[in-house]
Design a protein around this ligand. Sequence first.
Ligand code: FAD
Length: 497
Amino acid sequence: MTVWLLGDQLHPESHVLDDTDRVLLIEATAVAARRPYHPQKLGLVFAAMRHARDALREAGYAVEYRRAETFGDALDAHFAAHPGDDLRLMRPPSYGAADRLRELVTARGGTLSLVRDDRFLCSSDAFDEWAGDDDSFRHENFYRWLRRREDVLMDGTEPAGGEWNYDESNRETPPADWSLPPVPRFDPDDLTRETLDWVTERFDTWGERSGFAWPVTRPEALDALDHFVEHRLPEFGAYQDAMLGGEYALAHSLLSSSLNLGLLGPREVVDAAVDAWHRDAAPIESVEGFVRQVLGWREFVRHVYRRTMPELAETDLLGRSRDLPTLYYDAETEMRCLDEAVTHVYERGYAHHIERLMLLSNFALVYGADPHELNEWFHFGFVDAFHWVTTPNVLGMGTFATDAFTSKPYASSGNYVDRMSDHCADCTYDVDATTGANACPFNALYWDFLDRNEGTLRGTGRMGLMYSHVDRKTDTEWDAIRERVAEVRRLARDGRL
Ligand code: FAD
């Protein structure tokens, strides 16, 4: 029997490694050549795999590390060396992956045993028992249920601190004299540098490799966790929705890539945050806000994805087909907010949650871009992107292609960006204007979005207030809005927005 570890299953103490000493890792280049992935994404996954290989060997495992064009080629070599072998694999979360891998293995005379994926706290059976046949999933209910079950931040049967939710305190913007908490850098060692060199030579990529500073080993990931808890967790809550010019991280944890590669486990991450609260090292607002993301949203989207695929990836409630504006690919725009967000992605393969949701997705949403192209863009551009997590976030929360777990689209005008960031003060466009040559493009697009999609959205949960504003606009106002929208679309198509 051999344990097969995929490139995002790298925890050195995963239960899949119990009672074995032989491990297989496959570096398949065809998968990496499918899209113009960010060089830091490919570099991160391959460097983390190579470091995991070395760490496992040091720990005494016999690791067979096979580099090949395809999984099939590597498995040919594996089964030539170990005819009829049984491979034990942690069930991968991406749709159809387990079946595809099983076919490859059985075609070569082997067997594949699937075991529980310990990168998540909530198993599929537990989620299905919680949800039953009801497909109208609600995050808040799931989160409270899992917090109770896991006994995280609980005071008996009540939430610790007295509230389940501190969102109201978690929507602040930092004062002008805020000193930014430090962000750790994990400078590439020789193996990582060599891997990044190979990636940039071998693949067509999108993005810069030079700023690479991601944790690639378990010890580095643990340092990243400690660093976050000490320096940024205390302010994570208050400023989690804020955006600042020139700042990509603010108080966010930057832990998603480590969690998604299995370098960190969700429970240890949650426990470290809760422990900071017990030590009075972080306020409840921050700790609850962070626990909500990891124990709540991360687990939730994974299961909603599982339950709603393959329809999730195909549907679009709003039937859009426009090309994604070229600014997503070249960051050429006078819109300061989008310039910032796309540049963060290009330089680091990362943008924080509010940039992802309220800038990058929101603009595509009100513009009417094809959400599947946006999903592809997220998929190749982000270091933490995997089909199971990108797809529900982009198609559900980001663009309302499905209403499987959000009751309304996260659509907003420039007003939201102005409230939560310092971008608008220095922008070429006027955030207070809706029409005219200088008006913030978000504004006219927003009203036009509500108007165009009225048939689907007016009756949708919590849209009443927005449509009461729509109803107050005069025909003259609508004419000017449509004219501005046509101009914005022209500029966006020509790369001149
Ligand atoms: P923090 O803000 O510090 O949050 C802590 C952790 O909570 C994250 O590391 C992550 O593991 C988890 N988390 C928070 N929100 C979510 C969520 N909605 N779904 C899943 N996990 C969550 N997350 C990814 O891991 N990969 C993606 O490809 C991805 N694509 C996204 C696309 C869109 C359009 C949106 C709106 C969100 C996306 N997210 C994705 C979720 C979230 O934005 C990122 O997890 C987060 O920004 C990662 O940065 P961080 O580690 O600094 O997170």
